[in-house]
Design a protein around this ligand. Sequence first.
Ligand SMILES: NC(=O)c1ccc[n+]([C@@H]2O[C@H](COP(=O)([O-])OP(=O)(O)OC[C@H]3O[C@@H](n4cnc5c(N)ncnc54)[C@H](O)[C@@H]3O)[C@@H](O)[C@H]2O)c1
Length: 339
Amino acid sequence: MKKVTYKFSSASTDFYFDASFAQLSKLLAKDNGVIVTDEHIFSKHKTKFRGWNVIVLKPGEQYKVQQTVDTVIDQLLELGTDRKTVLVGVGGGVITDITGYVAAVYMRGLRFGFVPTSVLAMVDAAIGGKNGVDVGVYKNMVGTIRQPSFLLYDYSLLSSLPKKEWRNGFAEIIKHAAIKEVGMFKLLEQYSLKEFQRTKKLLASLIEANAKIKATVVQNDEFERGERRLLNFGHTLGHAVENLYELSHGEAIAIGMTVATQLSEQLIGLKEGRRIVDLLDKYGLPTYAEYDKKKAFDVLKMDKKKVKSEMNYILLEKIGKGVVKTIPLKQLEKIIQDL
Ligand SMILES: NC(=O)c1ccc[n+]([C@@H]2O[C@H](COP(=O)([O-])OP(=O)(O)OC[C@H]3O[C@@H](n4cnc5c(N)ncnc54)[C@H](O)[C@@H]3O)[C@@H](O)[C@H]2O)c1
């Protein structure tokens, strides 16, 4: 187990890489913690949860809503929890988002940590303290920014992760490489998903490098006034099509990254766009997709990155260098229509 601590404005998070789930009981006493997880993870790893208080939720994005938050709060009351209780989200991004949000509001705030179980949660969702729920088709419309106390990485949990979810996680990894690290981009071009799945060392170092990218970006800009906005590469259109078409998060942002790549070529002269589309394709992600552009634009207009009649869109100057560009909504609508 390797401990790395990142300090944020009001709290720090201890990252325990190369850890095992059993070591969770070294971080907090079992009777002082409540684990929140979902049915998939609970059924695949039942024995690991022995001795813990566990709240098991139905899996899936459709349950990342206020109603689920209320049921968790009811169960916390039934369990007789108090302000000293520590909540631990053991799951993918849906579970970490719900757990972090409940921990922020229940009794005006409990200590919390995560054991991410999907690639996506390990490299992205569990890091950075943004947690919340969806409202109708609007993703993450309600939420809080508050850092977890710890993250525990047990890569063996990934043994039960469905193939589709591996691809989703790699969409965010490709995103990180595209906006921040050309070296990682080349590594992804060199190896395949199968090779990362097979070689524990390779996977562990990729996940750790990605966690570092996310944590460092958040550290530099916790409240999303500058650099953190880069993490939204592919997410503006991605979020709009995600709920409209019930795509998975990774599929949706892969489509979003393809559109952002095309916009980058048109607006700021990106030259290597083909490599990005090819890499998404290599990792089994969709790229050029048919979607109702008008409907998608109607949802996109409500995005949190909109400021009055302009949208802060994340583009690429080159591979490894993302930039924020302000595009008037009218111009954006026309370009998207014409793509
Ligand atoms: N808070 C943030 O900063 C942030 C960042 C990125 C994404 N997110 C959110 O994360 C969510 C997506 O995360 P996700 O892709 O992990 O989704 P998820 O939590 O829905 O997990 C995907 C599926 O995989 C299953 N699963 C997860 N780990 C498993 C394992 N080890 N074994 C077997 N099954 C497993 C889950 O039960 C689920 O069916 C979205 O809601 C997105 O908005 C949040």
